[in-house]
Each structure stands twice: as structure tokens, then as C-alpha cells.
Design a protein around this ligand. Structure first.
Ligand SMILES: C[S@@+](CC[C@H](N)C(=O)[O-])C[C@H]1O[C@@H](n2cnc3c(N)ncnc32)[C@H](O)[C@@H]1O
Length: 289
């Protein structure tokens, strides 16, 4: 690959460099950088002055375990996680994608742990997942429900073409294909959720208007004490690319300004410090704490 030095983005170069380190099983250092620059025709200054590289390189440095990560800031870690793990499938490093028992999942390990605690505590009848993509998160939720011995996953996606597994007949996962913003989908979800305790996890289209529309349509299924999670609010805060200027966080804030019956639970996602959904865990007031 030859980078156009006038237009190559820092991220494109960093992505290629991480892929190079992973493929060559090399540690970051002058030798690796020189080899990469020679191979890809990149000026060394584009690596050394690259804001992505600073934190990421420390993970690929030839140091002991704690030194590899201790100097990273939380911001650097979040940027690293977003581009090279969370979105690895999109940026050409699929071997870096987070997996759950082999299923590709687009979350963070910290949030998965928080979800496990939430599901255990709430014992929902239905985990309503808006936006399923590969289906790895549905499998994760279903496994947790299986261990608890209660509940099922209802996954909605505008297209199920990216699903990487077939849900078992009579198993805990059901998928519905269609626009979460459509009346038909709302009616079908309403039919299946009638009288049930529902945990909503919204992770579909991240444009503010769509996230807000989902909040207005699907928050009605959350009973007092239950949760509606608006995922990826961190995108707005960190300016992750490609994301809209106004995304899930802006939608969650507007919804909270319009509604008095939900409150933000900061403690649960922040317990593990690095949630991708800060101020996105919305709890309906009332019910058990
Ligand atoms: C970020 S992925 C979901 C990842 C999944 N929840 C996980 O954690 O592994 C977003 C998904 O939302 C779907 N999507 C986008 N717009 C949608 C819409 N209007 N209705 C339903 N799904 C939509 C996309 O097709 C895509 O599969």
C-alpha cells in the first residue's frame, strides 16, 4: 500500500501499522517502525507524530505486562479499543475483534460484565436488542439467561444478512428483520413483550434522530426499576469516526429532558471505569433499587 502523504489520515496509517505488528508478531520499536515505513512507503514522522500511535504503541512495546499499559491514558485506551477492537471488523483487522465463545461481538468487556450483573439482578423476561449485526451479543445475552434459567433475547435488525449463526429452534433467541423505527416492528415487539419485564439495549442506527425515535417508541416496554440502555454514547464524547456529530448521547440527553420517569444510572457502567455507554444506562424510576 502506498499512502498519499498529503491525505493519508493518522488513523489509516495507525491501522496499517497495528495490522503490520499483528501480522509480523512484532513489538513496537525503531526496527518495527523502520520496517513498516520501508514496506508501506510512509515517512517516519507520520508514525512518530501520530496521535493514535502514542498509546497503541505501548501495547505493542517490548516491556513487561504492567509497563505495557500503565502509561496509557484512559482516553488513549478508549481510542485504541474503539478503532482496533470494537470496530476491528470495519477497519480490516478482524482477528482483533472481541469475541464471546467465538462469536464476534461489538461491545467492550467491561460493559459485558455490567450487563451480566444487570441481567442477574433484574431477571428480565426479554432482552430486547435493537441492532444485532453479527449476533454475537445476542448469543452472549442468551448464554447469561441460560445460566440463570430464565428469559429470552428478541433481536431486531433492519437486515439479518450479517448474522453469523442460526438461532436454534426453541432456543432463547428470536430475530425479527425490519426497521426498528417502523410501526410494523413496534407492533410486533409490543405483541411479544406484552406483560413482560423487558430490558432494552439500543444499538442500531446511531444517528440522534433514530436513537431518539427508538427511545420514544420502546421505552414504554421498560417497567419501573427496569433499564433502557442507549449504547455508544461515548462516540459523541470522543468524536469517534465515522459517527454523526450528534449521536446516541445527544438523543439520550434530549429524551431525559423530555421525560421525568427515567434517571441515569452512572454507578453500574462506571463501576468498571471504561463503559462505551456513559450516561446511557437509563433506569425507569420506581420499582426495586
Ligand atoms: C452496531 S451493530 C449492532 C451490534 C450488536 N448489538 C453487538 O453488540 O454485537 C448495528 C446494527 O444496527 C442495524 N440497524 C441500522 N439501522 C437500523 C434500523 N433502522 N432498524 C434496525 N436495525 C438497524 C444494522 O443493520 C447493524 O446490524
Amino acid at each position: 500500500m502506498n499512502f498519499d502523504l498529503d491525505h493519508a489520515s493518522d488513523h489509516a496509517i495507525a491501522k496499517a501499522y497495528v495490522a503490520f505488528l499483528v501480522a509480523k508478531k512484532m513489538n513496537d520499536g525503531h526496527a518495527a517502525r523502520a520496517a513498516f515505513c520501508a514496506k508501506e512507503n510512509v515517512a517516519p514522522k507520520l508514525l512518530y507524530a501520530n496521535p493514535h500511535i502514542a498509546g497503541i504503541a505501548s501495547l505493542f512495546a517490548d516491556q513487561t505486562n504492567v509497563e505495557r499499559v500503565a502509561d496509557m491514558t484512559v482516553r488513549e485506551y478508549l481510542r485504541y479499543h474503539y478503532y482496533y477492537i470494537h470496530q476491528a471488523y470495519k477497519y480490516g483487522i478482524p482477528e482483533m475483534q472481541q469475541t464471546w465463545l467465538g462469536h464476534h461481538i461489538i461491545k467492550s468487556p467491561a460493559d459485558c460484565w455490567a450487563y451480566q450483573e444487570l441481567i442477574w439482578r433484574q431477571k428480565p423476561d426479554i432482552v430486547l436488542e435493537l441492532g444485532v449485526m453479527f449476533g454475537g451479543a445476542s448469543v452472549f445475552f442468551a448464554h447469561v439467561l441460560e445460566l440463570i434459567g430464565h428469559g429470552e433475547v428478541l433481536g431486531v435488525d433492519i437486515s439479518l444478512k450479517n448474522l453469523k449463526h442460526k438461532p436454534k429452534k426453541g432456543g432463547r433467541i428470536t430475530y425479527l428483520e425490519g426497521d426498528s423505527g417502523s410501526k410494523e416492528m413496534l407492533d410486533e415487539v409490543a405483541r411479544r413483550c406484552k406483560g413482560k419485564r423487558v430490558l432494552v439495549i439500543a444499538d442500531s442506527d446511531h444517528e440522534k434522530e433514530h436513537v431518539l425515535k427508538e427511545l420514544r417508541l420502546y421505552s414504554r416496554f421498560v417497567k419501573p426499576g427496569g433499564y433502557y440502555v442507549v449504547e455508544d454514547t461515548l462516540n459523541d464524547l470522543m468524536g469517534f469516526h465515522p459517527v454523526p456529530n450528534e449521536g446516541p448521547l445527544a438523543a439520550a440527553r434530549q429524551f431525559m429532558a423530555e421525560n421525568d420517569d427515567f434517571e441515569i444510572d452512572r454507578r453500574l457502567p462506571e463501576k468498571y471505569l471504561m463503559s462505551l455507554s456513559p450516561d446511557g444506562f437509563l433506569r425507569r424510576k420506581g420499582g426495586k433499587a
